[in-house]
Design a protein around this ligand. Structure first.
Ligand SMILES: Cc1cc2nc3c(=O)[nH]c(=O)nc-3n(C[C@H](O)[C@H](O)[C@H](O)COP(=O)(O)OP(=O)(O)OC[C@H]3O[C@@H](n4cnc5c(N)ncnc54)[C@H](O)[C@@H]3O)c2cc1C
Length: 474
């Protein structure tokens, strides 16, 4: 039973705010709580913080930032929220989408100005895949490893008490859902109990919990999971046991861009700027320039569950600066073919089908034909080859998007809309802004919600505990 009765329980050690899970959401929540004047303990099950955050490309969607303004990009929370509502076909909470979109720009500016996190808008992404403005921000290397490392340094500087090798197994609470503390297990099997006045859950989603995936997202029940292995949905389960409501548990981000068998994420700009995706028969099967998240499902449904990205030297040059491209090149995931015959031989795709697909797309790029799948190939230069570049990819579940229902302050709510007294959630543990499926995921929403909800949760938890301190003193 993940929630233990707090009645009669005393804690030798107690801190005002405990945060569980040291990914982007947990780090940001801890920073915000510290800025709000609270003592914070951040508990992480791994030996050092990684999370899905470290596996990511470090891209964070945010609107109205100073970096966007400096780049001449006119954006706002209102426009961002409108984009979210359009992509989710109105199937997410419009009020919360607006609250989080409004808070996204100030969150990036705060991380940059107050905590020295080097985030800037990345013009390469442009306005695409549901974003009507260029609003994806990243750290210089465009890697999650850099992002988690700079967040970790900032947390240390801010005086956050980061405790690693601390797998939280239980939450102590009163009958009314008032959290009193947590229990965590050490790698040697010993356990420690710590009390708290407010608890922030940032254990991400349930992608690593096969039983939960099968229950809530049966279509991805047997799909490859390519997120952090520690994200077993414990935060969501504690919230549910405490009486919290959940929403959009069927939502997730899936991508069809994982090099097979190398398991390196291939930069999707290859496709957005003109590259093709074909199945092992050499045939296109969708408009690959839309619904990036739905590509996980679509690629998985193809023969052998595989597909190939095909592109030219221009696109290879464009993505060669990214760390994951360098890694993919180093481990041999990218294949170069001197001509279409060699491409067919190395990929084992039928030559005739490949020649037909390439000829058709070149005609579409020249405006001489229309794509039956609806893609406008005239938006980018036609592929120029040979040589051709190719990489075989598979689909995967990257992270889940449903979770605990929270309010404007990231405080966890019950189904009747009342709030749990001192419980907050952010990032993958909380309901995102992606609607009920995979098609509503707007690029870089995972980290957008992680840092934005994380900041809101940390600020609100600090306000709550400082109010209690004042009340106790009076
Ligand atoms: C390959 C990949 C690429 C991605 N790229 C992007 C991108 O560029 N932009 C974007 O917006 N999103 C991206 N995402 C999604 C993004 O990484 C996540 O949405 C985001 O990192 C979630 O942050 P988080 O803090 O909620 O979770 P995490 O970063 O996963 O952190 C959760 C932490 O909680 C810890 N934890 C879990 N349970 C416990 C417990 N019981 N006790 C103690 N600790 C616990 C875990 O060990 C982990 O460290 C990507 C995801 C993947 C997998």
């Amino acid at each position: 039973m993940p929630v233990l009765p707090a009645k009669g329980k005393t804690f030798e050690i107690s801190v005002p705010v405990i945060v569980v899970g040291a990914g982007a959401a947990g780090m940001t929540a801890a920073l915000a709580a510290r800025d709000g004047g609270a003592e914070v303990m951040l508990l992480e099950r791994d030996h050092r913080p990684r999370g899905s955050t470290s596996m990511s490309q470090g891209n964070i969607a945010a609107a109205g930032t100073k970096s966007q303004k400096a780049a001449g990009i006119d954006d706002s929370g209102e426009i961002f929220a409108r984009d979210i509502m359009a992509l989710t076909r109105g199937e997410t909470d419009a009020h919360l989408a607006r609250v989080f979109a409004d808070a996204s720009g100030p969150t990036i500016d705060w991380l940059v100005d107050k905590h020295g996190i080097p985030l800037e808008v990345d013009p390469d992404w442009g306005a695409a895949l549901g974003h009507s403005r260029s609003r994806i921000h990243s750290v210089p290397t465009h890697t999650g490893t850099e992002l988690i490392s700079v967040l970790g340094n900032a947390a240390e500087q801010a005086g956050v008490d980061l405790v690693t090798d601390a797998h939280v197994t239980d939450v102590f609470a009163n009958e009314g859902g008032h959290v009193r503390g947590v229990r965590f297990k050490r790698p040697d099997g010993s356990v420690e109990d710590v009390g708290c006045d407010a608890l922030i859950l940032t254990t991400c989603g349930f992608g690593a919990n096969r039983a939960m995936v099968k229950k809530f997202i049966p279509e991805m029940g047997d799909a490859l999971y390519h997120g952090h292995e520690g994200n077993e949905g414990e935060g969501i389960q504690w919230g549910m046991a405490l009486g919290a409501a959940t929403a959009d548990m069927t939502a997730f981000q899936g991508l069809g861009a994982l090099a097979d068998p190398h398991r390196v994420l291939i930069h999707y700009n290859i496709i957005l700027r003109g590259g093709l995706i074909v199945n092992v028969k050499g045939e296109r099967f969708t408009d690959e320039s839309t619904d990036i998240s739905g590509m996980g499902r679509k690629v998985t449904a193809q023969p052998e569950g595989l597909a190939w990205f095909i592109f030219d030297q221009r696109l290879m040059d464009m993505v060669s600066k990214y760390e994951e491209t360098k890694e993919a090149v180093q481990i041999g995931a990218f294949r170069r073919a001197a001509d279409t015959k060699e491409l067919a031989a190395l990929s084992k795709m039928p030559l005739a089908a490949l020649e037909k697909t390439l000829a058709e797309t070149q005609a579409m790029a020249a405006g001489k034909a229309k794509d039956p799948h609806g893609r406008d190939f005239t938006l980018h230069p036609a592929l120029v080859g040979p040589p051709w570049w190719a990489v075989r990819v598979c689909g995967a579940l990257f992270h889940t998007q449903g979770g605990l229902v929270i309010d404007e302050n990231a405080q966890v709510c019950r189904a009747d809309k009342t709030k749990l007294p001192n419980l907050f959630a952010a990032g993958g543990t909380a309901r995102s802004t992606s609607g009920p499926a995979d098609w509503g995921y707007i690029p870089a929403a995972g980290l957008f919600t992680a840092v934005t909800q994380g900041r809101l949760a940390g600020e609100a938890a600090a306000r709550l505990v400082s109010g209690r301190k004042r009340a106790a003193a009076e």
